[in-house]
Design a binder for this molecule. Structure first.
Ligand code: PLP
Length: 387
């Protein structure tokens, strides 16, 4: 054979791979099939790499194990998992009930995209009882999209009760379970049909990879979600799937450490004179604590607190005085972060009212006493600013 042809074939087969603790990072659009008959036998063969290869399969099977799911779909971001799963189950003429504390970009998708495709969107108060919520459903209601706790205001919903009542009416339920990370809370075991999470947050754990997952148990629903990914043409990179699986290995350890440090810091904040209220469902006595205690095996490191009354400029003085907490959105990584939430509450229909500025903290893996000292410095700056 000529040198050109030999160079196309050389080194093309991997042969038998040695076994490592992680999956091989297999890259490929083309999948070579064993015989002509296999080319059009989609049921028996994977025929194209977009559906995912070795690393994707390994990640999917680990996520299925964690969430108690029979099927897992992967998406290029957490937001894509939410929009993809919602699109996969709705059609023109349907109505979706969306919790008012839903992740803000999901809300923008509902308002800007679903509405344009003839799906009616109705927002409901997260504090509404499951009975009242289902009483408000109509013959057109096809889906209830939930998030509990909300990632800014942390209201808890009784997902098991909503799922049970919805099922009796033939209405699907979907939960954004990013706070529970698929580990602290298991939506499918509570009867929720579709559990979605931004793997970008805790599963990735290092604030450097985007990905989302949607998992389900009902075979028809699993198929519908997979078809949704296929129809929209989404794919994730093998390297990213590998990174997510690597993150999953340390998820329990990180969550335990970050959840415990978060609770310690939340309890400390509750004692500080500049703090009006701590909003953390795992804190005894806090709103939603009974539901959290019933449904969750632990807490993550994300919670909120309300400062005593002060202007936005004063809240910014608190943030600007912090040295260890980074100022940034997102969460779930190894680093501590802080933001002011108030500017994000404007779109809400049922926004809670607070005594002062609402702050959100993400507790990372730093030493918690040093984080507390940093927050004390911020509160000193706030006390000076409001004086
Ligand atoms: C970050 C986040 C998402 C979106 O995840 P991306 O990977 O950033 O698209 C969805 N839901 C919640 C609750 C989030 O915090």
């Amino acid at each position: 054979m000529s040198q050109e042809t030999r160079l196309i074939r050389a080194g093309s087969t991997s042969g038998d791979l040695v076994k490592t603790v992680g999956p091989p990072i297999q890259r490929g659009s083309t999948v070579l099939l064993p015989c002509a008959e296999a080319l059009y036998d989609d049921d028996a063969y994977l025929t194209y790499g977009r559906a995912g290869l070795a690393a994707h399969d390994a990640l999917k099977s680990a996520l299925a194990e964690m969430e108690g799911a029979s099927g897992v779909s992967l998406y290029p971001s957490g937001l894509a998992a939410l929009t993809g799963a919602i699109l996969a189950v709705l059609k023109a003429g349907d109505e979706v009930l969306v919790v008012d504390n839903i992740y803000k970009p999901t809300r923008r998708f509902c308002d800007q995209v679903l509405a344009r495709y003839g799906v009616a969107v109705r927002y409901y108060d997260p504090l509404r009882s499951p009975e009242e919520l289902l009483a408000s459903a109509t013959a057109a209601t096809r889906l209830i999209a939930m998030e509990s706790p909300g990632s800014l205001t942390f209201e808890m919903q009784d997902l098991a009760a909503i799922a049970r009542l919805a099922k009796a009416r033939g209405i699907l339920t979907l939960a954004d379970n990013t706070w529970g990370a698929g580990y602290l809370f298991k939506p499918l075991a509570q009867g929720v049909d579709i559990s979605v999470q931004a793997l970008t947050k805790y599963v990735g754990g290092h604030s450097d990879v985007f990905m989302g997952s949607a998992v389900a148990n009902d075979p028809a629903l699993v198929r519908q979600l997979e078809d949704g990914v296929h129809n929209l043409g989404w794919a994730v990179a093998a390297e990213d799937a590998y990174q997510m699986l690597r993150g999953l290995r340390t998820l329990p350890t990180r969550l335990r450490r970050q959840g415990e440090a978060g609770l310690k810091i939340a309890a400390w904040l509750a004692e500080q004179p500049e703090v009006a209220e701590v909003i953390h469902p795992a804190l005894p006595g806090a709103a939603g604590h009974e539901l959290w205690a019933r449904d969750y095996s632990g807490a993550c490191g994300l919670f909120g607190f309300v400062l005593k009354p002060g202007s936005e400029a004063c809240a910014n003085a608190f943030l600007n005085a912090l040295k260890l907490f980074g100022l940034g959105f997102s969460w779930g990584g190894f680093e501590s972060l802080a933001i002011l939430c108030d500017p994000q509450l404007g779109k809400r229909k049922f926004a809670p009212r607070y005594a002062g500025p609402l702050m959100r903290l993400h507790i990372g893996l730093e030493n918690e006493d040093e984080l507390i000292a940093d927050l004390r410095g911020g509160l000193d700056a706030y006390a000076r600013a409001i004086a």
